[in-house]
Design a protein around this ligand. Structure first.
Ligand code: MG
Length: 385
């Protein structure tokens, strides 16, 4: 069953007074948008993603705000209203998609369980949304210039607070989008589906699946992601031989000698990957990418690093920061350090200030000091998302 996810991130969202839409603000080293996309990208039930971005944001910048994904991703320009943005996105959904989910980019904490429930209910019933039961007593009011007056107390067991994702069989969403195009206005697609005559089921949302709207919401979200830290260390060494390429931290460096390896022998990336898997308690690089498997022979270190990031995302871990020390007698690495940081940070989809690389010699001592080998040590700090 092909499941396409539309992430609605087309809004200007300037209520927080920042210089950019709220979904592009930083939340612990990644944008709110990147986190929302990542939650679906890591879900085994999802096939591909369509992200609707503000029309004035160019697709390359948008991709930078999202970072790398494991699933195919299409970027679409948003419209004036939310329903216009979703209609634009729906137009680019592959016709073979059976289920389409729509999710607010401002809800970065959506859990795998809520995603699962929404997909299952949409498949079974045609339309379903995640929603929370109201625990507070609900009042309907009339607004006056002097304040609000209660008109009615609504039985709270008849009230649910809508969240996203909202899921639809393709043909149901097509009806909802068509109704929206005909001039009917609604704040979500479920409302359009209802008006188009489709029953919409409710599945249990989660209190943690909050929508980041105010500055206070953003502060609370930042506190939430900065907790639950895990640390790991990694080490790697490769022998050096004349006439081989030398790749370190995703950068190929001119050198008489290069690493002897099945892969590109990128010690910085390999040590970083071991540190990441170590922190997550997931073994080491050899367990996930064995060099006896032809799939991984010749694979670049940064590509493995990106894949390791994907494995961690599947376990709901992300890299808070990495610190790598490379030990090499020659050539000098200082001119390449910034390029390595950029390449490794891009592979992980995190800000480059979260990646540190340092180079040392071994003072002529041992095999590394004689120029017969290159080594790297790494420490990684992970957060549970
Ligand atoms: Mg290695």
């Amino acid at each position: 069953m092909r499941v396409t996810v539309i992430i609605a991130a087309g809004g200007a969202g300037r209520r927080m007074g920042a210089d950019r839409p709220k979904q592009l603000l930083d939340l612990g080293g990644r944008t709110i948008l990147a986190r929302s996309v990542g939650a679906f990208d890591a879900h085994p039930g999802v096939s591909d993603l369509v992200v609707v971005v503000p029309p004035d944001l160019n697709p390359r910048d948008a991709q930078g705000h999202i970072g790398p994904t494991m699933h195919p991703l299409t970027i679409v320009a948003g419209g004036r209203r939310r329903q216009d943005s979703v209609a634009n996105a729906f137009a680019s959904v592959d016709p073979s998609a059976e289920i389409v989910l729509i999710h607010d980019a401002a809800r970065p904490f959506v859990s795998a369980e809520v995603i699962e429930r929404t997909i299952d209910a949409a498949a079974a019933h045609g339309a379903a949304i995640a929603a929370l039961e109201a625990h507070d007593t609900v009042k309907r009011v009339e607004r006056h210039h002097y304040g609000a007056l209660i008109v009615e107390t609504i039985p709270r067991d008849t009230v649910f607070l809508a969240q996203t994702p909202q899921g639809f069989r393709r043909e149901v969403l097509a009806d909802a989008v068509a109704l929206g195009r005909s001039g009917v206005e609604a704040t979500d697609e479920a409302a359009l589906a209802e008006q188009a005559g489709h029953p919409v089921h409710v599945v249990a949302g989660e209190p943690g699946n909050v929508k980041i709207t105010t500055e206070e919401d953003l502060l609370a979200a930042r506190r939430r992601v900065e907790s639950s830290a895990r640390v790991g260390t990694g080490y790697d060494l490769h022998r050096l031989e004349e006439g081989r390429a030398l790749s370190i931290g995703g950068v190929t460096i001119e050198s008489v000698r290069g690493a002897v390896a099945h892969s590109d022998g990128d010690v910085a990336c390999h040590a970083a990957i071991d540190a990441m898997f170590g922190a997550a308690g997931l073994g080491d690089i050899g367990r996930h990418f064995p060099d006896t498997d032809p799939r991984w022979q010749g694979t670049s270190g940064v590509d493995l690093l990106k894949r390791a990031g994907g494995v961690l995302a599947g376990h709901r871990f992300e890299v808070a920061n990495l610190d790598v020390t490379i030990v090499l007698e020659s050539p000098k690495l200082s001119p390449h350090i910034e390029d390595m940081r950029t390449a490794m940070a891009a592979a992980l989809g995190i800000d480059r200030t979260r990646v540190s690389l340092k180079a040392k010699t071994n003072e002529g001592v041992d095999a590394v000091g004689r120029g017969e080998a290159i080594a790297a040590h790494a420490v990684a700090l992970l957060r549970l998302v």
